[in-house]
Design a protein around this ligand. Structure first.
Ligand code: CP
Ligand code: NVA
Length: 300
């Protein structure tokens, strides 16, 4: 695997191999077994948006793997002053062994990969968040043993998380349903692709979509970059919440996942969040193991 730009580029086999590697690296980390697979390698972390989990998991991940990382705020790079992505890509390729980038436009990530000569990893764009969904799938496998045949229901905005969850879930044999208000659906091409699997549904009816779900998932109503719409979105999304009613519609042993950060009493009640905090924070931890697996697959 050269890059991780979006999950659509990966086969089910490649995704499963990443998850298997992540499980192995987690086992080794927990048991103090060193795995310096990327000794002497350098990873640049370009951030045009805020981050807690992605930044820390990639920085610690590179350390665990025997390499080093450089935090590069897009605000401080010349890219933030208009230096073209294709030039940045060619320059950074001369210094680094890999780049992780979090930005707005998916095209910027694709251009870095096109013009650079080193692996590029997508740490979130407005379009998708593949790294997060690899950690999510890892967590689902841990709790449920497998992904095939399970139903995942996403409640909320049809955003970057939704796009990647649909692709990752369907590729690993899950049924995926999305409950979102009209006009806030996931990407149209992804939905078209998902419908062809016969295992996808999308409707404004939360309880119908959540019926019989094994996994309930939600994310913020206003993503990074949508701050100006936040108040309007609070009105549009007020019924798109994981709460006791949603939980009742799902299976009695349904797990709840949230990519975090969470807004209590908006997309999820504080009660449901705390009742499912074990799986939600296992999910956050798994970012580290899953990101290390991606680094190994792309940079070894
Ligand atoms: N879930 C996630 O990507 O978190 P950060 O924004 O903190 O990186
Ligand atoms: N949809 C959220 C995800 C954060 C991890 C955002 O883009 O802000």
């Amino acid at each position: 695997m050269k890059h991780l730009l979006k999950l659509m580029d990966l086969s089910a086999k490649e995704i499963t191999e990443i998850l298997n590697t992540a499980d192995q690296l987690k086992y080794e980390k927990k048991n103090g077994i060193p795995h310096h697979l990327l000794t002497g390698k350098t990873l640049g972390l370009i951030f045009a948006k805020s981050s807690t989990r992605t930044r820390v998991s990639f920085e610690v991940g590179m350390f665990d793997l025997g390499g080093m990382s450089l935090f590069l705020s897009a605000r401080d790079l010349q890219i933030g002053r208009g230096e073209p992505v294709r030039d940045t890509a060619r320059v950074l390729s001369r210094y680094l062994d890999g780049i992780m980038i979090r930005t707005f436009d998916q095209k910027e990530v694709e251009s870095l990969a096109e013009f650079g000569t080193i692996p590029v990893i997508n740490g979130l764009t407005d379009y998708c968040h593949p790294c997060q969904v690899l950690a999510d799938l890892m967590t689902i496998r841990e709790y449920k043993g497998a992904t095939e045949g399970l139903k995942l229901c996403y409640v909320g905005d049809g955003n970057n998380m939704t796009n990647s969850l649909i692709v990752g879930g369907i590729k690993l044999g899950m049924e995926v349903s999305v409950a979102c208000p009209k006009g806030y659906e996931p990407d149209a091409d992804i939905m078209k692709w998902a419908h062809e699997s016969g295992r996808f549904s999308c409707s404004p009816d939360v309880l119908e979509m959540a019926a019989g779900a094994d996994v309930l998932y939600t994310d913020v109503w206003a993503s990074m970059g949508q701050e100006a719409e936040a108040e309007e979105r609070k009105k549009v999304f007020k019924d798109y919440q994981i709460n006791d009613k949603t939980m009742k519609a799902a299976k009695s042993d349904a797990m709840v996942l949230h990519c975090l950060p969470a807004h209590r009493e908006e997309e999820i009640t504080a009660k449901v969040f705390e009742e499912h905090s074990r799986e939600i924070f296992d999910e956050a931890e798994n970012r580290l193991h899953a990101q290390k697996a991606v680094l190994v697959k792309c940079m070894l």
